[in-house]
Design a binder for this molecule. Structure first.
Ligand SMILES: CCCCCCCC/C=C\C=C\CC(=O)SCCNC(=O)CCNC(=O)[C@H](O)C(C)(C)COP(=O)(O)OP(=O)(O)OC[C@H]1O[C@@H](n2cnc3c(N)ncnc32)[C@H](O)[C@@H]1OP(=O)(O)O
Length: 302
């Protein structure tokens, strides 16, 4: 318990307060309770939280169409939902999945990193850091039910889970593809990957910006199971049951023991990391790369 308190992430309350203010400023309700068990089922515009069959497990559905990009509004809503679940002792595990067809998450929202001002970049990056810290250090069992494409920041999000289930579909590619955009994965993205698949495989994957198809993702250890698309959710719940059979306190302390040093590296230099990001992303050459990449995405359609 003492460890759990020590590990609380600084500034979370401030970030969440900011999100609520932003929601209020936009003139929309932040939360809508629904269903017979309204206290446990809640939704924001972009995150739907439903209790699983047994009540101990919640299913968080990302619904920021078309591609679940991690916009600032999405991140703040997600963090508030996660905090609600962390604070509700009834929940011991969360399945994270997508409500958008064929895409788990397209990663960071490129529009938050292109053509904005330094203050915006700093606010955005702080929210991205917060997402990673809150997920990576979560006391809950997290299972990522990856039902579609999962590049870059989407992959990072999945990597924070305790288990990853990937749908066996040609669209379901996963990896940290930052170099393909002409940008560099931050050290804590890299650390999370190294902790999952090891140093050599990470070096290759990061430099080449590899997006692994399901069989290769399984082989390299990026995901734990590959199943047909219609079995992703049921597999996630079945794996969850296995993990919930372990006493929480022992599992949580073990998870902290494995992950705390990695998280501490960022916690100790959060502000410097934000400044690095702001100066990196503001460079003309990086802005140009992002512009070209965004144009390519648009042209893909035409
Ligand atoms: C020196 C050291 C310093 C360190 C500094 C650190 C710097 C690190 C900086 C940044 C790190 C970033 C990590 C990221 O996450 S960057 C995002 C990477 N994401 C991608 O590359 C994915 C791009 N998207 C796709 O490949 C596809 O969209 C896909 C997810 C496969 C879905 O394909 P499909 O269903 O065919 O959908 P469309 O491509 O047609 O897209 C629909 C619309 O959505 C827009 N879109 C897509 N992805 C994004 C995104 N990430 N952000 C914002 N918008 C996105 C796309 O343009 C379409 O828009 P529109 O309908 O208007 O044309």
């Amino acid at each position: 318990m003492a460890l759990a308190v020590r590990m609380r992430v600084p500034c979370r309350a401030l970030l969440c307060a900011g999100a609520q203010l932003r929601g209020a400023a936009l003139g929309r309700p932040e939360w809508a309770a629904g269903g017979g068990d309204g206290a446990r089922r809640f939704a924001s515009l972009r995150v739907l939280v439903e209790p699983g069959a047994e009540g101990r497990v919640a299913v968080m559905k990302l619904k920021n169409p078309p591609v679940n990009s991690l916009s600032l509004d999405f991140l703040t809503e997600f963090l508030i939902s996660l905090e609600k679940l962390e604070n509700d002792k009834a929940f011991r595990g969360v399945v994270i999945t997508s409500d958008c067809p064929n895409v788990f998450s397209a990663g960071l929202d490129l529009r938050e990193m292109y053509g904005r001002n330094p203050g915006h970049y700093a606010e955005y990056w702080k929210a991205v850091q917060e997402l990673w810290l809150r997920l990576y250090l979560s006391n809950l069992v997290l299972v990522a039910a990856i039902n579609g494409s999962c590049p870059a920041g989407g992959c990072l999000m999945a990597l924070t889970s305790d288990v990853r289930i990937l749908s066996d579909s040609p669209k379901s590619v996963i990896g940290l593809n930052e170099t393909l955009l002409g940008i560099v994965a931050p050290f804590w993205f890299k650390d999370t990957l190294v902790n999952t698949i090891g140093h050599r495989a990470s070096e290759r994957a990061l430099q080449l910006g590899l997006l692994f198809p399901p069989a290769e993702a399984l082989q390299v250890g990026l995901v734990d199971h590959v199943v047909p698309e219609d079995q992703v959710q049921s597999m996630a719940l079945s794996v969850m049951a296995h993990w919930l059979a372990i006493p929480d306190h022992a599992r949580q302390l073990t998870k902290a023991m494995m992950r705390k040093a990695t998280a501490d590296r960022l916690i100790k230099q959060r502000e410097a990391d934000i400044q690095n990001f702001v100066s990196f992303i503001s460079r003309d050459s990086i802005q140009k790369s992002l512009q070209i990449y965004l144009e390519k995405l648009k042209q893909k359609k035409g």
